[in-house]
Write a protein that binds this ligand. Structure first.
Ligand SMILES: NC(=O)c1ccc[n+]([C@@H]2O[C@H](COP(=O)([O-])OP(=O)(O)OC[C@H]3O[C@@H](n4cnc5c(N)ncnc54)[C@H](O)[C@@H]3O)[C@@H](O)[C@H]2O)c1
Ligand SMILES: O=P(O)(O)OC[C@H](O)CO
Length: 332
């Protein structure tokens, strides 16, 4: 059994901490929010983000990254993508050669337009890095419902090590060597999930959502391939798999935010009402800029970008998308 530090006690960090402690690992979880830590210690559950699931005795709530990482074999980062740099930078002096870093945040950093593995490698060039992604809502993982994810690393031995340490009879872990594709799939699907939510919020039906998802994966793949990802990755768990769960589930923070926007709530207000991170709101801006930088066409992303910046409303976005020039479906 391993010692595992979890940095970030949101819904996802907590669900993974529960899974890993249930498997028998010694898990320590921490967070920057001191009041949240105090509350979790007192109640022995995550009252704020994942209520109703008691912590095992081998899941300790600790007050700092230093305490969490002391003696760790694996350090799992579960802060939102825009906070990954801060969380990782703080941990860098504490990362020992033997420690393996797993990142589960799904996003692209605003401003730098970097993926999480790029940030980690910049700050610690010899980092042993694994990305974990896939269709996995915390609300189900925390209740030990069957779930599949993929772990990606340039070093297959590291991915296999994490596969062995994380896999349970309810949490099935696949390996993948395409870090770029796995990270981009997890980040970009949140944009399309916002769109699917907007469509539902307006009152459109399943046809519209199927169109958004199918044309969405096409533009996700288009950007991914231009950045060096394997197109096949977008057909897997971290591409279409995660797209399906996020665009269709009421657990999805991105979809719920989109539904409110489609119903006419202002984007900033909708984001606040979700009460947890809505990664798509940040990733849309980063992906929009990244697509412009590399000269890739992403019409759905562009419309959602205009929509969340309140330059157009949701119905205008639909008119723009439906009124585009005719195309051959197979032209990527
Ligand atoms: N919630 C899910 O079902 C789910 C599933 C898969 C992936 N993810 C991804 O995991 C990431 C986290 O999502 P979440 O839903 O758990 O978010 P959340 O909003 O529930 O919680 C985020 C937590 O991170 C903490 N945090 C912020 N900055 C930190 C830092 N520098 N150091 C330590 N902790 C910090 C916050 O205080 C908060 O407790 C996102 O990128 C999300 O896309 C979420
Ligand atoms: O709830 P969401 O929309 O943040 O999505 C969470 C996960 O990424 C689903 O796999």
């Amino acid at each position: 059994m391993k010692n595992i530090a979890v940095i970030g006690a949101g819904s996802w960090g907590t669900a993974l901490a529960l899974t890993l402690s249930n498997k028998g690992h010694q898990v320590k979880i921490c967070d920057v929010d001191r009041e949240h830590i105090r509350e979790m210690r007192e109640h022995r559950e995550n009252v704020k983000y994942l209520p109703g699931i008691p912590f095992n005795d081998n899941l300790a709530v600790v007050g700092s990254t230093e305490e969490a990482m002391e003696g760790a074999d694996i350090v799992l980062f579960s802060a939102p993508a825009q906070h990954f740099r801060d969380a990782f930078e703080h941990a860098v002096p504490l990362i020992e050669d033997s420690m393996v870093v797993v990142n589960v945040a799904k996003g692209i950093e605003q401003g730098t337009l970097m993926r999480m593995s790029e940030i980690a490698t910049l700050l610690k060039p010899d980092v042993k890095y694994v990305a974990l992604s896939g269709p996995s809502h915390a609300e189900e993982v925390g209740r030990f419902m069957p779930t599949t994810v993929a772990v990606a690393s340039k070093d297959m031995k590291l991915a296999e090590y994490i596969q062995d340490e994380f896999m349970t009879d309810r949490f099935r872990v696949y390996t993948n060597s395409d870090v770029c594709g796995v990270e981009l799939g997890g980040a970009l699907k949140n944009i399309i999930a916002l769109g699917a939510g907007i469509s539902d919020g307006i009152g459109f039906g399943d046809n519209a959502k199927a169109a958004l998802m199918t044309r969405g994966i096409t533009e996700m793949k288009r950007l991914g391939v231009s950045l060096g990802a394997d197109p096949e990755t977008f057909a897997g768990l971290t591409g279409v798999g995660d797209l399906i769960v996020t665009c269709t589930s009421m657990h999805s923070r991105n979809r719920r935010c989109g539904i409110m926007i489609g119903e006419g709530v202002r984007p900033s207000e909708a984001t606040k009402k979700v009460g947890m991170v809505v990664e798509g709101m940040f990733t849309t801006v980063a992906a929009y800029e990244l697509a412009k930088r590399v000269g890739v066409e992403m019409p759905i992303t562009e419309c959602i970008y205009e929509c969340i910046n309140e330059r157009i409303d949701a119905r205008e976005a639909v008119e723009i998308l439906m009124g585009r020039d005719k195309k051959n479906e197979m032209h990527i």
